[in-house]
Design a protein around this ligand. Structure first.
Ligand SMILES: [Zn+2]
Ligand SMILES: [Zn+2]
Length: 349
């Protein structure tokens, strides 16, 4: 049987290694995809470092990774799909059942039995992967493969920015300027937001957010975002608060600078319970608060595709590093340093 290289967690400990395994065979309802580019997500860093969350969730040995773009090589037996051999696809990470109550109500992304690629089942850090055909997104061939791979996290940003409203003519505060936060700044800019405040503790990431569309960047280590934002909005606060860091102190700040009647989108995953002044921060403000999980399937992808097709979000700025997968250790070190946007790896190199 033909073999392939894959990046796997081979044991329950920090790190990962390149292994050689059989090229998988697509079963019924599946596609076989030859990966051309994969990208590293914050989640992959948790898995790589083997933190508490990873220890509680990941079963080794496992090939991890969930952001990719690749060519469809084969379609499994008895597969009903619009996808064709030769298509260049990316994948929705949330693998959904399609028949539970939530799926039937159009909420496939929070399916009762959702499995996350590269977390609950085999991931994409490999030369080939098999995937359910109903999780494939066919890319226009005009898009760079590195940018196709980064559409999945871009989708998180799209989902958070637009869930529950528009940003046209609005002021927005984005906390956390990793690739998703930086992307959110670009999406807000493209969609007519007026003031776009971006907060982080890394100057590298603040610069990235600025270059992609933030109008004001604030290093929260050096300045108090609450003071700065209130001063810049005539003490009114912002229309929209986007939480993309998961850092516990941010929530209190965010609900302070949100104007009454404003909207909050919470995407960041906090490690611990977060103290918030619900009475003053949410209830009396009549704030609208949205928890955000993944992407709407496929509404979010459609919106992201339109923004990319119109050149509204410059993915060239977002993808800051490219590595052959054999140099994964270097790639993960740079991810951990915080001095990067999206990092892409080439699985066949
Ligand atoms: Zn991701
Ligand atoms: Zn379901």
């Amino acid at each position: 049987m033909a073999k392939m290289k894959a990046l796997a967690k081979t044991r329950p400990a920090p790190g990962a290694e390149i292994i050689e395994v059989d090229i998988p065979q697509p079963g019924p309802g599946e596609l076989l995809v030859k990966n051309k580019a994969v990208s590293i997500c914050g989640t992959d860093v948790h898995i790589y470092e083997w933190d508490n969350w990873a220890q509680s969730r990941i079963k080794t040995p496992m090939i991890f990774g969930h952001e990719f773009a690749g060519e469809v090589m084969e379609i499994g037996p008895n597969t009903q799909t619009h996808v064709k051999v030769g298509d260049i696809v990316s994948g929705e990470t949330h693998i959904y059942c399609g028949h539970c109550y939530l799926c039937k109500m159009g909420n496939e992304h929070i399916c009762k039995d959702v499995k996350l690629r590269g977390i609950d089942c085999t991931g994409c850090f490999a030369e080939y992967l098999t995937m359910p055909a109903n999780t494939a997104w066919v890319n226009p061939k005009s898009l760079a493969i590195e940018h196709m791979s980064a559409q999945e996290p871009m989708g998180n940003a799209v989902h958070t920015v637009f869930e529950g409203g528009d940003v046209k003519g609005q002021s927005v505060a984005i906390f956390g300027c990793g690739p998703i936060g930086a992307c959110a700044a670009a999406i807000c800019k493209a969609s007519g937001a007026t003031q776009i405040f971006a907060m982080d503790i890394s100057d590298y990431r603040l610069n990235l957010a600025k270059s992609m569309g933030a109008t004001t960047v604030i290093n929260s280590k050096q300045k108090d975002p609450v003071k700065e934002i209130m001063a810049a909005t005539n003490n009114q606060g912002v229309d929209v608060f986007l939480e993309m860091s998961g850092a516990a102190p941010i929530y209190e700040q965010g609900f302070k600078i949100l104007r009454p009647g404003g909207r909050a989108g919470l995407l960041g995953v906090a490690k611990d319970k977060v103290p918030i002044d619900i009475t003053n921060g949410i209830v009396f403000k009549q704030a609208r608060v949205f928890g955000i999980n993944g992407r709407r399937i496929w509404g979010t992808w459609e919106t992201a595709a339109k923004l990319l097709a119109e050149g509204k979000v410059d993915m060239g700025k977002l993808v800051t590093h490219k590595f052959p997968m054999s140099k994964f250790a270097e790639a993960f070190e740079i991810m951990k340093s915080g001095n990067s946007g999206k990092i892409v790896m080439y699985p066949d190199k």
